[in-house]
Design a binder for this molecule. Structure first.
Ligand code: AVJ
Length: 321
């Protein structure tokens, strides 16, 4: 029987109901990204303390020839599938290099945000008119099903920006295993992993003085208000970030500054908060070589190369079967 994919609103509703009725409370970070969340993330990427994007850009500038020639090295045409393409700014450096190599490929940017995708497609048409591009709107889950069917075509899968860091190790592992299932002998998987570093540097990346990250984190409450008839007062919550240098896990919370009763009308839901009660909203996992090697081994993948920025803050790893 064919499985029906829930609509975006259904998925959001279910996640909110589940997350706010359990103890401790939590909400999945992927729901931070509506149009406002996307715009706030754009601002985060420009913040002085948010080093991740600049590091990956540096890696692409330094190593684009090497990376592009690895992608092209079997000589056969391929689909370049980017999971969570966003604005695709960094990827453009690689796309330009691949076009220069004259290697036959087609770019398939995937994103959950229709908004982000249409912007990307418009920019690419302008800047890289020779690029073959077939965008795909959907969740990673839907996309995995889709690329699982593309067994006859070679593929290179990109998962950049340390987006994998939003997953706890067990989830990351099952995601890697699912990706592995879609891969053939000549396919590559290329993933960005933010590295463990001075804890103060990590902390500052998620706790900016301007409060942009705070606004980003609180956008999930705003979205509940806008889309599900919520009555959250985001001003009554505090953004709190904790980085554990041992596990490498940065965790974001919203902490209730006073006791509250919040309604989510469309869900017929009433939620009570005690003072200092928390909603856990996001994890941003940091890695080292040992952990990435362990993830690869467990997922049945081999690390076939890695590329770092000059400070070793961030690494992109190339995996194959
Ligand atoms: C898009 C998941 C990589 O965790 O660094 C940025 C999201 N959250 N600041 C990250 C984020 C707060 C970001 N990722």
């Amino acid at each position: 029987m064919q499985q029906k994919t829930p609509t975006a609103t259904e998925a959001f509703s279910e996640a909110v109901r589940k997350g706010l009725t359990q103890y401790p409370k939590s909400l999945p970070s992927r729901f931070i990204y509506d149009a406002r969340g996307d715009a706030l993330f754009q601002r985060i990427m420009k913040m002085p303390g948010y080093y991740l994007t600049r590091c990956e850009t540096e890696i692409f500038n330094r190593h684009k020839e090497a990376i592009a020639s690895r992608f092209a090295d079997t000589g056969s045409p391929f689909n370049l599938i980017e999971l969570g393409a966003g604005d695709g700014k960094k990827t453009r450096l690689l796309l330009r290099e691949l076009l220069r190599l004259d290697t036959p490929f087609s770019y398939m940017p995937v994103d959950i945000s229709e908004n982000a995708l249409s912007g990307l497609v418009a920019t690419l048409k302008q800047e890289l008119p020779d690029l073959r591009c077939s965008p795909w709107q959907g969740t990673y889950f839907e996309v995995l099903r889709e690329i699982g069917r593309m067994k006859d075509q070679r593929k290179v899968i990109l998962f950049l920006g340390s987006n994998i860091g939003n997953l706890l190790h067990p989830q990351a592992l099952s995601f890697l295993k699912e990706l592995r299932e879609t891969m053939g002998r000549e396919d590559y998987l290329f993933i960005g992993f933010d590295q463990k570093k001075d804890p103060a540097t990590v902390q500052a990346a998620y706790d900016d003085p301007e409060g942009i990250t705070e606004a980003f984190n609180k956008n999930i409450l705003g979205r509940i208000n806008r889309e599900l008839g919520g009555t959250f007062d985001p001003g009554k919550f505090r953004h709190w970030e904790v980085y554990d240098p041992e596990t490498g896990t940065a965790k974001s919370y919203l902490v209730a500054g006073e006791p509250m009763r919040v309604e989510v009308r469309d869900l017929d839901l009433e939620v009570e908060f005690e003072r200092w009660e928390t909603i856990h909203t996001e994890i941003s996992q940091k890695y080292d070589d040992r952990v990435v090697e362990w993830l690869a081994r467990e997922a049945g993948l081999v690390i076939d190369g890695h590329y770092a920025d000059s400070r070793g803050y961030y690494k992109d790893y190339l995996f194959r079967l």
